[in-house]
Design a binder for this molecule. Sequence first.
Ligand code: ZN
Length: 249
Amino acid sequence: MQSIESAAVVLRGKERILVFTGAGISTESGIPDFRGRNGVWTRVDPAEFTIDKYLRNPDTRRRSWQMRLESGTLTAKPNKAHRAVTRLWRSGRMLACVTQNIDGLHQKAGLPTQALVELHGNAHVARCVGCGDRQPTVDVVTRVQAGEDDPSCLLCGGILKIDVVFFGEMLPPAATDLAYALASQADAVVAVGSTLSVFPAAQIPLEVAQAGHPLVILNIGPTAFDDLAAARIEAPAGKALPALVSALT
Ligand code: ZN
């Protein structure tokens, strides 16, 4: 594909590539996009799932755990695109991966924790909002399956919640700070499967581009930063990203 060659030319000689990933990298793993045509928010009203409602309303929590059970996020497997990111990291030319995703698929594809920043948290971890205790989400979901529709913390009785950023919640400051620091060190950015329209997350690739470094966009459909892109690939991530990484390594 010609656009992959153009992207490879743009990234030639770059040694600190920042990879920025969104929902589009995981759709081929069976995880629905949020804002796409068949996205979660076309079926569920996001206004129903703010942090305020979650904390106040047991029914919101029941529906939230039920959605978690049905979403397939916990059992999904990484695809070729996630593995290509890991391959780029191992080649030594990648600075880090900053992701908007909460599915944990980069780790499952072998990307080490120190190479990954999860801006919106990780759905595989559940946290008590009372005492802060953390445990695998699968343990909480097992209780839901056994009939506890709104399981509470076994230590303090507090409300349990998956460790992801809900609507109306701040992004975790440590992750955000780290992402900005990485953006300032990058010499190129490859944005995969994101419409680059959700802020503040989309600010990260924008920082790299505004510092004068090339932005490569791999996405199906337009993005907010298409005008800024040095190269643009319109293709499924699982097909195009392995080809791009092979051209670079
Ligand atoms: Zn607790």
